[in-house]
Design a protein around this ligand. Structure first.
Ligand code: ZN
Length: 64
């Protein structure tokens, strides 16, 4: 391997180490106050968490 190749490899390693930080969605887990069910929701960076909805309590009421 030549010196030039070594230099290029080193630059590639540096570029990989200093890549920009990607903001990821945040997972928020909340517990329902009525049934105790945990509901997780993904919140995009810079956005506020949506209104809490329990997947159990907010089910359409079954009639009949
Ligand atoms: Zn609930």
């Amino acid at each position: 391997m030549s010196k030039e190749e070594l230099r290029i490899q080193g630059e590639k390693a540096m570029a990989a180490a200093t890549k920009p930080i990607v903001k990821l969605p945040t997972k928020i887990v909340r517990q329902c106050g009525r049934c105790g069910e945990f509901t997780s929701v993904m919140v995009e960076p810079g956005e506020t968490a949506p209104e809490f909805k329990c997947k159990s309590c907010n089910k359409p009421a079954q009639r009949g």
